[in-house]
Design a protein around this ligand. Structure first.
Ligand code: ADP
Ligand code: MG
Length: 308
């Protein structure tokens, strides 16, 4: 396509391209890149990651250690700044945002829950005081803070823990209180990085149920990074990350008769790239180059081998 500065022509071309990528989505990553530089060595933690999440969705993110899950969540929470690409959360552009906006974004639009229970709560404050703290920063009245803290702790089944300090609470209780802290200022988005990673299975199920309740009752868009297969089975959409890119997606839904249907997809990026599952490439020894054929309703992929 030829270069032009004619606005009418540029607009015509934009209209031809159709709607903006991710319009209507609550979380949009388009070709997101994050490169870490330490001592002259570059680590590409995210290499062109695409992701769309709709308002009110509850999504699990899974992937091997080092695949870029925490990097992604740190960017979406406004803690870290991407190197290139597009990242938008609840209408805020995370690449161009000024530091004042970034602070407001972190205080009001997103809530974050870390894996380490000790990182989520201040040890010298009670559970209720921990939940009230973000509301204090946001300038809410004392009465409003107390009422909302009690409501949230009650909703997450830790109402009886209100006056205890973290050291007097179990890991599961601490994480449920951390969820209350995260949603104190009514954020539109909740992000949790392996929130059940330090807990046993039964406790983890309780914490996940608390996240689900927040998602259902407060309508917050919720993204949970997890290793826990049980958790990823209980969400409607699980997104797999491999080498800093979204690679597969599993969707689960219930049929009218109650049976659960599980469908697995590979993700197709905007220029047509697909990552084949490792199991497929290994099974047929697919390497370097494959032959493709367009059929009426599917695309065939064959190994590049001489016929013998
Ligand atoms: P995950 O959470 O999936 O285990 P991470 O997002 O923590 O993965 O890490 C992705 C890659 O980026 C890894 O190779 C990791 O070593 C690297 N990485 C993460 N954080 C940093 C950092 N602050 N400095 C340099 N490299 C980092
Ligand atoms: Mg991580």
């Amino acid at each position: 396509m030829t270069e032009t500065t004619d606005l009418a022509e540029l607009e015509r071309r934009a209209a031809e391209r159709g709607p903006v990528y991710g319009e209507g989505a609550h979380i949009v990553c388009d070709n997101l890149v994050r490169i870490y530089k330490t001592d002259g060595i570059e680590v590409v933690a995210l290499q062109g990651l695409d992701l769309l999440i709709d308002p009110g969705e509850l999504v699990a993110i899974v992937g091997a250690s080092g695949s870029g899950k925490s990097t992604l969540l740190n960017i979406l929470s406004g803690l870290d700044v991407p190197t290139a690409g597009v990242a938008r959360v609840a209408g805020s552009d995370l690449l161009t945002m000024a530091s004042k906006e970034r602070l407001e974004f972190r205080r009001e639009k997103v809530g974050f829950i870390w894996q380490q229970t000790s990182r989520n709560l201040l040890p010298y404050l009670t559970a209720a005081q921990n939940v009230e703290l973000p509301m204090r920063f946001a300038g809410r009245s004392r009465r409003e803070r107390a009422t909302r803290a009690a409501e949230l702790l009650g909703m997450l089944d830790v109402g009886d823990c209100a006056s205890r300090r973290p050291a007097e609470l179990s890991g599961g209780e601490q994480q449920r209180i951390a969820i209350a802290v995260a949603v104190a200022n009514e954020p539109q988005v909740v992000l949790a990085d392996e929130p059940t990673g330090e807990l046993d299975t039964a406790t983890a199920a309780g914490v996940f149920a608390a996240l689900r309740r927040v998602n259902e009752e407060l309508g917050t868009t919720t993204v949970v990074v997890t290793h826990d297969a049980q958790v990823s089975e209980r969400v409607d959409r699980t997104i797999g990350i491999r080498d800093g890119r979204t690679s597969v997606e599993v969707r689960r839904r219930s049929e009218d008769d109650g049976t659960r249907v599980v469908e697995e997809y590979a993700l197709l990026d905007r220029v047509g790239r697909v990552q084949l599952p490792k199991g497929f490439t290994e099974a047929l020894d697919l390497r370097d180059r494959v032959r493709l054929a367009l059929e009426s309703d599917h695309v065939g992929v064959w190994p590049d081998r001489e016929e013998s």
